[in-house]
Design a protein around this ligand. Sequence first.
Ligand code: SAM
Length: 248
Amino acid sequence: MGTLFIVPTPIGNLEDITLRALRVLREAALIAAEDTRTSRVLTRHFDINTPMTSYHEHNKLSKLDEIFAALETADVALISDAGTPGISDPGYELIAAALARGYEVVPLPGACAITTALVGSGLAADSFRYVGFLPRKTAALRARLKDLRAGRETIVAYESPYRLADSLALIAEVMGGERRVCVARELSKKFEQFYRGSARELRDLFAADSPRGEVTLVIAGADPGETRWSEEQVRSALRRRLAAGEAH
Ligand code: SAM
């Protein structure tokens, strides 16, 4: 019986592949890749000739049989387009199904935008909450931010550069303009940049100009001494109390 290896790949800079990842990719009988065209650039660069099959969001269930057939006799390596498979990338179902069938699953440590952005943000990294991609629709995003507002942990989210300005405006509105935020852009790439400031400052900075490339957003947790309510908090508390007939 083979082993399923979960292999992180670089999120930009090809030097971030590990020696172990290269060995595992060379020694596996099959690489299951989110996008074989993207991953062939990587394998060609490192002179890896292992056969590859696609395993992506839209075929992941139909691919299980093929991957388990390979695992019966040899090792399989799972990779995504960039970073760690299973982190807002296909992988979870395969990993869960492999474990349920009794296969050994071995995850390799490696590149991931979450931890890279978090430690570079300068915000507290002792306790944090990863929330995946922020909701696209304004109402859903507002509700999500309200849910997150009182948490003390630092928040890490993936975000599209096109929605960044609107999201920062809502963060300032819901969590308060003084909340510390960091936009980590193009991590490990040539134009890597960290924008650190208050939600209000970054909202104003990006209002006129969306950034290019990939973006991870880091938001400070609620300050334990934070007693001031945002305007939105005051309004919604008032609305609730008026609706309950508590005030006139
Ligand atoms: N599995 C990946 C990981 O481990 O980081 C994440 C995959 S998710 C589909 C892609 C999102 O991750 C992007 O939209 C962006 O928010 C973030 N991301 C990936 N690479 C990045 C980079 N080089 N710089 C900043 N954010 C990045």
